[in-house]
Design a protein around this ligand. Sequence first.
Ligand code: NAD
Ligand code: UDP
Length: 310
Amino acid sequence: MKKILITGGAGFIGSNLTKKLLDEGSFVICLDNLYTGSMANIEPFMADNNFEFVRADVVEPYYFEVDEIYNLACPASPPHYQKDPVFTFKTSVFGILNALELAKKTGAVLLQASTSEVYGDAKEYPQRESYFGNVNPNGTRACYDEGKRAAETLICDYIRKYGVKAKIARIFNTYGPNMDKNDGRVVSNFIVQALSGDDITIYGDGRQTRSFCYVEDLIEGLILLMKSDFSGPFNLGNPEEFTICEFADYVLELTGSKSKKVFMPLPDDDPVRRKPDISYASLKLGYAPKVCVRDGLIKTVEYFKKELLG
Ligand code: NAD
Ligand code: UDP
């Protein structure tokens, strides 16, 4: 039986990945400090003999005999990662160092959850892996963006210097069940606002774009990358692109909500146009997202309806 460590396993993506890997018959250790994750997300696995929860912080070294490591621990929503920027930076940098040291000692294969934020406010469109990015190193997003960029640097140096088996997934905006209703990202904000009859908060003029990937498709990509012979970096996401205004209208239509759209100040350094070029992942990994945004949103709305009732 394969033994797999997921750091950040109690978070949104981590808990969905845990479910998939347990279903595949693996033993899963979830290491999480519950900074943005929750026990509710992993509650369904607690009775499973193939699941173990360890409450710990990735900033401190840890040791487990495992075959694979998915390093997901890091707050991902801008309000959460900006709340304590020094902690966010340490989580990325010390977190990946500790994961790489474990991979070096045990021979485990390591997959890093990197991000489209490494491209910053991209001047190339759509974003390809070969683009070096346009990140403001002094801005309020830098704790996250530069932390993830530094993590990629360390991974590549550990591969070159020590022959560690490590992989980089650059994840684009992903949504779905197990997102926290107070997470602060656009998908959860708009759905929760629409279902509660609150104003839909559009930051800036709403002409900035994002491309949205359903969590099942993302997880498929992560597992394909883990099983492959490639290190990446690979873009993983769904190229279906919306302006934020179009996305608000879409959520209003799907929920049948009468909420009003209100315009609020645009956060600093908010990327203007984001869409992944996934041709490299498609060619090398056979990655192909299957869930269109409409179907993914319907499932996500159902999840949030239950969350708001419960
Ligand atoms: P999330 O906030 O739901 O999950 C992050 C998890 O990491 C939480 O359970 C949190 O408690 C845990 N964590 C944070 N700091 C920690 C620390 N120092 N030690 C131990 N645990 C810690 O976010 P998510 O959307 O599930 O994101 C998971 C990973 O994927 C993150 O690394 C994020 O940067 C990356 N990512 C996500 C997206 C997305 O759209 N969801 C996009 C790009 C990259
Ligand atoms: N956004 C918005 N209203 C919200 C939350 C976010 O208009 O209530 C915008 C945000 O300014 C950004 C986009 O939606 O342009 C995506 O934001 P999110 O925080 O989900 O992720 P990002 O891609 O910026 O990390």
